[in-house]
Write a protein that binds this ligand. Sequence first.
Ligand code: ADP
Ligand code: MG
Length: 695
Amino acid sequence: MGNFIENYGTNSFTDSVMKERLPKATYKSLKKTIEKGVILDLEVANIIASSLKDWAVEKGATHFTHWFQPLTDTTAEKHDAFVSPTSDGKALLEFSGKELTKGEPDASSFPSGGLRATCSARGYTAWDVTSPAFVRDGTLYIPTAFVSYTGEALDKKIPLLRSMEVLSKEAVRVLKVLGNTTTKKVTTTVGPEQEYFLIDKKVYDKRPDLVYTGRTLFGAKPPKGQELDDHYFGSLKERVSSYMKELDSELWALGIPAKTKHNEVAPSQHELAPIYGTTNVASDNNQVTMDVMKKVALRHGLVCLLHEKPFAGVNGSGKHNNWSMGTDDGENLLSPGKTPNENTQFLVFLTAVIKAVDEYSDLLRVSAANAGNDHRLGANEAPPAIVSIFLGDQLEDIIEQLEKGTATDSKFAPDLNLGVATLPVLHIDPTDRNRTSPFAFTGNRFEFRMVPSSGNIADCNIALNTVVAEVLSEIADRLEKATDVKAEIQAILTENVKDHKKIIFNGNGYSDEWVAEAEKRGLPNIKTTVEAAKALISDKNVAVFEKFGVLSKAELHSRYEVTLENYSTTISIEAATTLLIAKRQILPAVIKFETSLAGSIAAVKAAGVTTSVQTELLTEVATLGASLKNNIGLLEESVAKAESLSGDTYAIGHFYKFDVFEKMGKVREVADELETIVDSEFWPLPTYGELLFTV
Ligand code: ADP
Ligand code: MG
C-alpha cells in the first residue's frame, strides 16, 4: 500500500512503457495508429507483440486474452498460453503480431439478436490500440472489438469508437467556422461514478435470490432503513475501509485513477468515482473496475452487489455518466467561463446538446434500460423515466435571454461570507446542484444520471455522441453556407432554445407535479425496458445511426432483439427463483410454524385454557399460507404460459413484464407479510436487517 504512487499503472502497458520499450520507429507508427487511425502493418505489429509479451511475462503472465464486450453487460475472455513447444521437448514463449491484432473466437454462444445463425459461428476480435493492454492474474488482457464474420458489430466498443470519431469530426467542423483553426480532434470525456452494495458473504450465501438474480425477491421492511440519513457520507467502517483500500491499490496498479470513495444513502451502499478520461478508456476501465470490485470483495468475506435494486424500500444503485467534450489543445467545450453570455462557442455547444437530448431523448432512455433499472427510474430515488435537462440559474437566465435575442449578461452568485473571521470567504459556483435531474449541467460537463449500476456505459455514450454529432453537423452545414456567420449563429442559438426549451427543467424531478407538467410539455415518460426498446428501431433513430455509420439498421435490430430477450430471460430467472424459494423454503417454514402452533394449542387446551393467542395466530398464518399457495399457483401458470410463447420478442417481453412480473410481486407480498408474524426460528432466509446491517 505504501508504494501506491510508485505502483500506479505498473500493470498497464501505458504510453510511457511503450515509449521506453519499443524501438523509436515502432513507437512512432503505433502512435500514428492510436492518434490518427493509420493502419498498423504486420511487421510493426510483430515487434509490438514481442515487446508486449516480454513486458507481460515480467509481470507474471503466461497467457494472453482478447478481452471484449459482447451485447450482454459483461466482458468475455478466452485465455491462450504464450507457450510454443520446440523439437527438443522444451517450450518457448511466443506471441506474434497476428495473435495480437486479430482473434477468432467461436462467436456462436454470444447474443447476436438474430444477426447470425448459430451454425455460422465465426466471429473476429480486433485489437483496440486506443485502450492500453494490462496484466491481471497471470494473463495479458488485450482490449478488442468483436465483429461477426459478415462485418456486423457484436459488441459495444465498435459503435462507441465510431461515435467518438463522428462527434470529433462534426465538432471540429463547427469549431472551424467559429474561427478555431488549431483543433484537429475533439474527444468526449467521461467520469463514471459507480454505486454498489457490500454484503457479508455468509449472509449472502443463504439467499438464493441474491445468488441467482443479484437482488432480493423477498424481504419485509426492516425496522430501520435509510430514514435517518445516517449512512450518506458517514464514517467508513473498518471492514469497508480496508476493502476500499485494497480496491484502490489494485485499480491504481492497473492505471485506473480511482479517486473518490464514500458511503452512499442506503445502509451498506457505497460509491467509487475515478478521474475522468477518454470515453473509450473510461468505459473499459469501468468494466474492469466492476470486476475488480467483485473479486476484492470476496477476499474480504464480502459480496459486492452491482444490481440496480438489490433491496426493495431502500435506494438502489446507478452510475452517473459525467460527460464532456474537449479539444486536443486542452479546451473543455462545455466550460462556460466567467461570462458565458459572451462565450459564443460554449453557447453553440451547449444548445447543441440541449437540442440533441430533446430530439433523441428516447435513445438516451433506452441506453439506460434494463430489468434492474425498471425498479429505480421513477421510484423517487433516482431520476424519473422522463428525460429532462437541469441547467441551473445562471444558464437558465442566459437561455431566457437567448430566446428573446442576444444574451447580454451573466448572473453571478455572490461570495458567501460566513461571518467568522477565521473561516474563508467562499466563492460559490454559479449553479446549484440538482440530484433529481436525469441530465444535469454540473459546471463544465453534463451528468447523465439514469445509467444502471451494472450496465456498460458504452451504451449511453454511443447514443449521446451520435445525437450530438448530428446536431453539430446540422449547425456546421448552416454556418459553412452562411454569408453572415455571426447573424446565423445568433439565429441558431435562438432557434435551438425556442424549439427545445421544453426539455429544460430545474425543479424537483421526483415530484408528481413534474410528471404531470412533463406530460403537458409532450415529453415521453417511458416506464419500462420493454417499451423503451422500441427506440432502437424507430425510423428517425435508425436514420441518425446510419447517417454516421455508427450502427446499421441490421445492427440496431439485433440490439433491439437482444434487449428484449435479455429482459425476458432476467424475469424468467427471477420467476423461477421466486418459485423455488416460495415453494421449498417459505411454505415449508410456514407449515412448520403452523404445526408448532397447533401443538401449542393442544398443550394449552390440555391445561384447561380454551381461547388462546395461538389460535388467533394460527388462523392468521393459515389464511396467509393459503393465499401464498394460491399466488404460487398463479405464478406457475403465468410462467408456463410465458414459456409457451414464441416469435415476437416484444410480445414476449410484454407478457413477462405485465403478467409474470406482476404475479411474482403478489407472491412476495404475502410472503413478506408472513415474515412479520412467523417465528424467526422458523424463517428460512436472512432478513433485510441481517443483510443490510451486518457488515
Ligand atoms: P459528485 O460530487 O457529482 O458526486 P464526483 O466527484 O463523485 O462528483 O464525480 C464527478 C465525476 O465527474 C468524476 O469522475 C470527475 O472526474 C468527472 N469529471 C470532471 N470533469 C469532467 C469532464 N470534463 N468530463 C467528464 N467527466 C468529468
Ligand atoms: Mg459522487
